[in-house]
Design a protein around this ligand. Structure first.
Ligand SMILES: *Cc1c(COP(=O)(O)O)cnc(C)c1O
Length: 378
């Protein structure tokens, strides 16, 4: 059985990147290591669409989120939390750990927090220091209007922090042009890498707040990373093998071009949604994003059981819903090193499994709709 990974993190990794991971370990304070970090930083700036440095942290994405919170908020300072799912709730967890005064703008799973909702919260809370938001809410498949958020936050003194984990590299995201003050992402989603690295960048407006905030974390103190990166170095031993591998995946992204990468994700996502609907299934997200497609489990179908069969019988690893959503939704990633034919295969396997389980559908209808929509896309 050929294993096929379609979870929204980790995602498949290209061969040239895997080969980097097979090479002997090297010393991390060599001129070669510095040159590699320098290249990775430049390519990350391109991916983030920013002129600011992007710092490489050796931790999972949540570590990057913790860096965003711990460096910008003193205890008791007010934060506006935009939350539409599990990853908005991850921000809440980090904010609680750092004793923030949280004002939540909350919508049910499947819905999106609109810029208008955020604007109202900012008006009601002029003392808010930072807004915490999620580009791609990976637990529901919702994509948020960060360009819209940027416009409303720019009119205030508050900062806009974005969890771009699973979004950056899959959805259009322009840090500088959209006025995003802090962007965080992780290696294992759209950046075509195994887990282990997080990346964070801060605007000049954000640095002013950082410099006025007491130090609350040793390992994640961004001032240390800034000082080191000026010499193309890191304050602590970095995951240098991962950084070398990330260089290879970033070269692939550079070669494709960031706009082409966004367009590819949009085209596959649109085709996938057409295929899903042609199978008689419903989408879960009211504002779907291009990183993944989230499907409502139809009435009378065993959601978790279907995913187990997909994996056991056909090798396709989809993701279940998380927490209370378990068994209610199916999540299919099409980010990073995943192409149209990979996703087409995943949909065809779902058609087979559902049909074998007695669910009424015409086998091939979803595949045909995918192909038609893909052919019509650009
Ligand atoms: C995966 C994910 C995270 C969690 O990142 P870890 O690498 O598991 O710490 C956070 N936010 C979003 C939107 C994600 O998709």
């Amino acid at each position: 059985m050929k294993p096929r990974l379609f979870t929204p993190g980790p995602t498949p990794v290209p061969e040239e990147t895997l080969l980097e991971l097979a090479k002997p370990v090297t010393y991390h304070r060599s001129s070669e290591a510095k040159a590699i970090l320098g290249e990775v930083t430049e390519d990350l700036k391109y991916v983030f669409q920013t002129a600011q440095p992007v710092f490489t942290l050796t931790c999972s994405g949540t570590g990057g989120m913790e860096a965003a919170v711990s460096n910008t908020l003193a205890a008791g300072e007010k934060a506006i939390l935009c939350t539409a799912g599990r990853w908005g709730e991850r921000w809440r967890g980090v904010l609680k750990a750092f004793a923030a005064n949280i004002v939540a703008v909350e919508v049910p799973y499947g819905q999106a927090v609109t810029p208008e909702m955020l604007e109202n919260a900012l008006k009601a809370n002029p003392d808010a220091k930072v807004v915490f938001s999620t580009l791609s809410e990976t637990s529901t498949g919702v994509g948020h209007d960060l360009e819209g958020y940027g416009k409303v936050v720019a009119k205030t003194d508050a900062l806009l922090a974005v969890d771009g984990i699973s979004g950056v590299g899959a959805m259009e995201c322009r840090m500088d042009a959209w006025g995003l003050d802090i962007v965080v992402t992780g290696s294992q989603k759209a950046l075509m890498m195994p887990p282990g690295l997080a990346f964070i960048s801060l605007s000049e407006k954000a640095w002013k707040k950082v410099d006025a905030t007491p130090v609350r974390s040793f390992y994640l103190d961004v001032r240390r990373y800034k000082k080191s990166l000026a010499e193309s170095d890191t304050p602590f031993t970095p995951g240098n093998t991962l950084i070398k591998a990330q260089r290879a995946s970033l070269k692939r992204i550079r070669a494709e071009g960031i706009e082409n990468l966004w367009a590819r994700h949009n085209r596959i996502a649109a085709a996938c949604r057409a295929g899903v609907q042609a199978m008689g299934l419903k989408l879960f997200a009211e504002r779907p994003n291009s990183a993944l497609t989230v499907i409502k489990v139809p009435e009378g179908v065993d959601g978790s059981g279907t995913l187990k069969t997909l994996e056991k019988k056909y090798g396709y690893k989809w993701a279940d819903g998380q927490d209370a959503m378990k068994g209610q939704i199916w999540r299919l990633s099409h980010m990073g090193y995943t192409d149209a034919f990979d996703v087409l295969g995943a949909l065809s396997a779902l058609e087979l499994v559902l049909s074998e389980a007695g669910f009424k559908l015409e086998v091939g209808a979803g595949v045909a709709a995918f192909q038609k929509a893909y052919a019509a896309g650009k």
